[in-house]
Design a protein around this ligand. Structure first.
Ligand code: ADP
Ligand code: ZN
Ligand code: ZN
Length: 739
C-alpha cells in the first residue's frame, strides 16, 4: 500500500501519513499540493514523500481527499532545499513552502490565461457555407471568410473586429466547421517597452582572465562546480562577467538565476540583461501583479525563458536545468529575509548550487567576512578584479576630522572643504552626491524650556521629525503622527531639532548653493517607482547637480559625470550596537565612494567623521579590503563572533513582560543539556530595542562552532507543543542584525 507523507499548512513541523486513493495513485508525487482531512476540517498540504507502508496502523489512516493536478508543484530538488533550510534555519518545514512557491502559485487563486486560435476544418465546406448563408447567417459567413484569410487568427483579434463573436465561434466549432486550438498566454510586464539590444563590449584583460577562470572551473568539475567569490572593485565591470558566463550557460542549454538587491533592481539593471538576452529574461520584482508573478513562474517552469533576474525570492525560480546562480553585491543585508523562514539568499544559493550541480558566483567590491573567510578556508575559490574598466582611477578619499572643522557657512554639517569642492563641481558642470544614512529633518525634537522629547509611546524611542510634512515618524513601528507646533507639556514654542537627516541636508544645500539643481532621494521622497526613475532621469540628463540621499544612492548607480561624493557623517554606522558596525562602515564608505569617478574624470570622496583614526574608515580610504579583513577577522575570532562561529538568536516577544521572561527562562532550562561547553550563552536579556509596538522583546544569544544538536532540540521546543498564545518565539540563525 502506497502512503503519502504530507506536511500540513499549520506550523507543526511534522509530516502526517495519508492513504492514496486509487484514482490519485498516478498523480500523487513529492511536491504535489493536496487537500487532506485534518481533525474535523479539511486542510491543504504538500506531499514530501511517497513510501511503502507507514509506522501507523493503516486502518487508522485517512485518505487524501483532493489533489491539485500538475500545479502548484514543488520540484523534488527544491523540496530537498526546503528541508535543508528548515534544518539549518531552525524553522518549521511548512514555513519553507512560502519561500519555495510564490503566493499566487501556492494558493491556486490565480489561473493561467488561455488564448484561443481558430482554423477552418475544411475549406470546401466553409466555402459552401458562405455561399449558402444568405442574410440570416451573414455574420457567421463574415467570420468564416476572415478566418479563411488568416488561419490561426486569435479570438482576441476576432473580438476586436466583430461584435461579440464568441457565441458564434463556439457554435461553429461544435458543428465542426471550425477547429479551435488553445494556447497558454503569458501576461507580459514588458509589453510595449522597447528592447534596445546592446552589443557586448570587448573585455579588459582582467575581465577576460576572470571569465576564463570561472568557466574553466565549471568545465573541470561539471558535477560539483562549486562557488566563486568574484571580488572586484567598484566599476570593475562585474556585470559584464556575469553576462559572459550566462551566455556560456545558454550555449550548454542551462539556465541562470541572477540575484540583485531589491534596491538595485532598477530599469538600468534590467536593461543590461534584457539588452543582451531579450525575452529570454524573466524579471521578478516586487511590483509585479499576482497574475504577472504567476505567469513568470510558469514561463520559467515550462522552459520558456532561460534567465531569471530578481531580488531574494528569485533564488527559488523553478528552473529544471540550472547551471548558474549569481548573487550580486553578496554582502548586502537585504538578502536576509526578515520573517520566517529567516534565510540568507546568498547562503541558500550556495546550497541550491550544490544540490543542482550549478555554478555559484558571489560578486562584491566589499565581500562579507563570511564569504571571504570561506575563500580562506578553501570552500570557495577567489577571482579578483583589481582595476576599474578603461583604466579609470579609483577615487581619492579625504578624511575630514569634524572635531576641528565646523565651517562658518556649513556649521557642524558641512566642512569648509566639502562646501568648496561642491562649488568647484558646480562651476565645472560636474555632479555631486551627498550621502547621509538618516532620513527626515531631525532625529530628535526637544523642548528648550522643559526638556520634553517627542517619543513613540509604543516603542520608547524618539520620533524622527519631518519638517515639510510637519509630521513625526517612528523608525521602529512606522507610526506617523502630526508634529505639535508647541511643546505639549509646557506650551513653549522654542523647540530644538537635533540629529540632522537628509531633509535638513537638502535644505542646507539649497541655502548654500543657490541656483543649483538639488534633489533628495530617500524613503520619504521616493514613494513610488516613478519618482525614483524621474529623479535618476533628471540626474542623468544633468538637470540635477547635487543629489542628497540615504543608502538608496549608495549602491549600483552608474553616473559618469559624478566626480564628487560627500559622506556627511561616517560615524552613524559605527555607533550601532552590533558587532558588524565596523564591517558595515567599511562597506558603506567603499560603496558610496564607488559612485565617484566612473566616467573619464577621476573622482573624489570627502568623508566627514568624528573618529578619523577608525580602522574601517582608514582602510576604506586606502581601498584595502584584505587588510581590513585581516584586522576584523582577528577580532571576530578573539571575541567569538561570526564567521568564526555560528550565531543563533532566540527572540521572544509579548504584551506581558513577565510572561516573556518566564518563557525565556524555561526555554533556556530545556536547552541546557544540549548546550556544549564551547557555546557562549548571553541572556535572556532585553533586546537592544526592548519594546516595539507595545510588545516587550527579549533575546537569548548563542554562539558556538557546533549548534546542530541544539537547533534540533530548539525546533522541537518551539513547534512541538503547539503555538503559545501569550509569547511569540522565533529563531534567527546567522542573524544579520541583532536588534
Ligand atoms: P561593477 O558592478 O563592478 O561596479 P559594472 O559592471 O557596473 O561595474 O561596470 C561599470 C561600467 O563599465 C558599466 O557602465 C559597464 O557598462 C562598463 N563596462 C564593463 N565592462 C566593460 C568593458 N569591457 N569595456 C567597456 N566598458 C565596460
Ligand atoms: Zn516644554
Ligand atoms: Zn514606534
Amino acid at each position: 500500500m502506497k502512503i503519502a507523507r504530507v506536511m500540513v499548512n499549520l506550523s507543526l513541523d511534522r509530516v502526517f501519513d495519508y492513504l492514496i486513493p486509487d484514482r490519485f495513485e498516478s498523480a500523487v508525487a513529492p511536491g504535489v499540493k493536496v487537500e487532506i482531512p485534518f481533525g474535523k476540517s479539511k486542510r491543504m498540504g504538500f506531499v514530501v514523500a511517497v513510501t511503502e507502508g507507514s509506522s501507523y496502523p493503516l486502518d487508522k489512516l485517512k485518505s487524501i481527499s483532493e489533489i491539485y493536478g500538475e500545479h502548484p508543484k514543488i520540484s523534488e530538488k527544491l523540496l530537498k532545499l526546503g528541508e535543508w533550510m528548515a534544518d539549518y534555519y531552525c524553522c518549521a518545514r511548512e514555513q519553507t513552502v512560502k519561500a519555495l512557491l510564490p503566493a499566487p502559485v501556492r494558493t491556486g487563486k490565480i489561473k493561467g490565461k488561455k488564448l484561443k486560435r481558430y482554423y477552418i476544418s475544411s475549406p470546401q465546406e466553409a466555402q459552401q457555407f458562405v455561399f449558402a448563408s444568405g442574410k440570416k447567417k451573414k455574420k457567421q459567413a463574415e467570420i468564416l471568410k476572415r478566418i479563411l484569410s488568416e488561419p490561426g487568427i486569435s479570438e482576441r483579434t476576432l473580438s476586436a473586429e466583430f461584435k461579440n463573436p464568441k457565441q458564434l465561434l463556439k457554435k461553429m466549432s461544435e458543428s465542426g466547421l471550425l477547429r479551435e486550438e488553445t494556447f497558454d498566454c503569458y501576461r507580459n510586464p514588458f509589453e510595449g517597452v522597447m528592447l534596445i539590444k546592446n552589443a557586448p563590449p570587448e573585455l579588459s584583460g582582467e575581465q577576460n582572465d576572470a571569465v576564463l577562470k570561472i568557466i574553466g572551473q565549471n568545465e573541470i568539475n561539471p558535477d560539483k562546480p562549486g562557488t566563486v567569490l568574484l571580488h572586484g572593485v567598484t566599476g570593475s565591470g562585474k556585470t559584464e562577467i556575469y553576462l559572459r558566463v550566462i551566455e556560456k550557460m545558454i550555449e550548454k542549454g542551462r539556465d541562470s538565476i541572477v540575484l540583485v538587491p531589491e534596491i538595485a533592481l532598477t530599469p538600468q539593471t534590467v536593461e543590461r540583461f534584457r539588452g543582451r538576452f531579450g525575452d529570454n529574461v524573466s524579471v521578478l520584482h516586487s511590483a509585479l501583479s499576482d497574475g504577472e508573478r504567476y505567469d513568470e513562474w510558469m514561463k520559467i517552469h515550462r522552459g520558456k525563458v532561460r534567465i531569471a533576474v530578481g531580488a531574494r525570492s528569485a533564488l527559488f525560480a523553478p528552473f529544471h536545468n540550472l547551471g548558474l546562480i549569481v548573487v550580486d553585491e553578496e554582502h548586502e543585508t537585504s538578502y536576509k529575509q526578515g520573517e520566517s523562514p529567516r534565510y540568507n539568499a546568498r547562503d541558500v544559493a550556495v546550497m541550491r548550487g550544490f544540490f543542482e550541480n550549478a555554478l555559484v558566483i558571489l560578486g562584491s567590491a566589499t565581500p562579507s567576512l563570511e564569504s571571504y573567510s570561506n575563500v580562506k578556508n578553501g570552500k570557495y575559490s577567489l577571482c579578483e578584479l583589481k582595476n576599474r574598466v578603461d583604466n579609470r582611477l579609483m577615487p581619492s578619499v579625504d578624511i575630514i576630522d569634524m572635531r576641528n572643522e565646523p565651517s562658518k557657512e556649513g556649521g557642524r554639517l558641512f566642512s569648509g572643504a566639502l562646501v568648496e569642492e561642491i562649488r568647484k563641481r558646480l562651476d565645472l558642470g560636474e555632479q555631486t552626491m551627498i550621502f547621509l544614512n538618516r532620513k527626515g529633518y531631525a532625529t530628535q525634537m526637544t523642548c528648550f524650556n522643559c526638556g520634553w522629547t517627542a517619543e513613540c509611546p509604543d516603542c520608547a524611542i524618539s520620533y524622527t521629525y519631518h519638517k515639510k510634512r510637519q509630521s513625526l515618524s517612528c523608525h521602529l513601528c512606522g507610526a506617523l503622527v502630526q508634529a505639535p507646533i508647541a511643546c505639549p507639556q509646557c506650551g513653549n514654542r522654542q523647540i530644538r531639532y537635533s540629529g540632522a537627516g537628509t531633509e535638513k541636508i537638502e535644505g542646507l544645500c539649497k541655502s548654500l548653493f543657490r541656483g543649483a539643481g538639488i534633489a533628495r532621494m530617500d524613503a520619504e521622497t521616493m514613494s513610488g517607482r516613478l519618482s525614483y526613475e524621474k529623479v535618476l532621469g533628471d540626474f542623468r540628463t544633468g538637470r540635477i547637480d547635487i543629489l542628497v540621499g540615504t543608502q538608496m544612492i549608495a549602491k549600483g548607480l552608474d553616473f559618469p559625470n559624478v566626480t564628487l561624493v560627500g559622506i556627511i557623517c561616517a560615524d552613524l554606522s559605527l555607533r550601532i550596537p552590533d558587532f558588524r558596525a565596523e564591517e558595515r562602515t567599511f562597506q558603506l564608505i567603499t560603496q558610496v565612494a564607488g559612485r565617484a569617478g566612473r566616467g573619464d574624470r577621476p573622482g573624489e570622496v570627502i568623508v566627514q567623521t568624528y573618529s578619523p583614526s577608525n580602522v574601517a574608515i582608514q582602510f576604506a580610504k586606502l581601498h584595502d579590503y584584505p587588510s581590513f579583513y585581516n584586522y576584523e577577522i582577528s577580532l571576530r575570532e578573539q571575541f567569538q563572533y561570526p564567521p568564526s562561529c555560528h550565531l543563533l538568536i532566540i527572540h521572544l516577544k509579548g504584551k506581558d513582560e513577565s510572561a516573556v521572561v518566564g518563557a525565556a527562562d524555561s526555554i533556556l532550562d530545556e536547552l541546557k543539556l544540549f548546550i556544549n561547553k564551547e557555546t557562549i550563552v548571553s541572556g535572556p536579556a532585553p533586546s537592544p530595542n526592548p519594546k516595539i509596538k507595545g510588545m516587550f522583546r527579549y533575546m537569548i544569544m548563542l554562539r558556538g562552532k557546533r549548534l546542530a544538536e541544539l537547533k534540533r532540540k530548539l525546533r522541537q521546543i518551539i513547534y512541538g507543543s503547539g503555538k503559545r498564545k501569550d509569547v511569540e518565539i522565533y529563531t534567527d540563525i546567522d542573524a544579520i542584525n541583532i536588534m
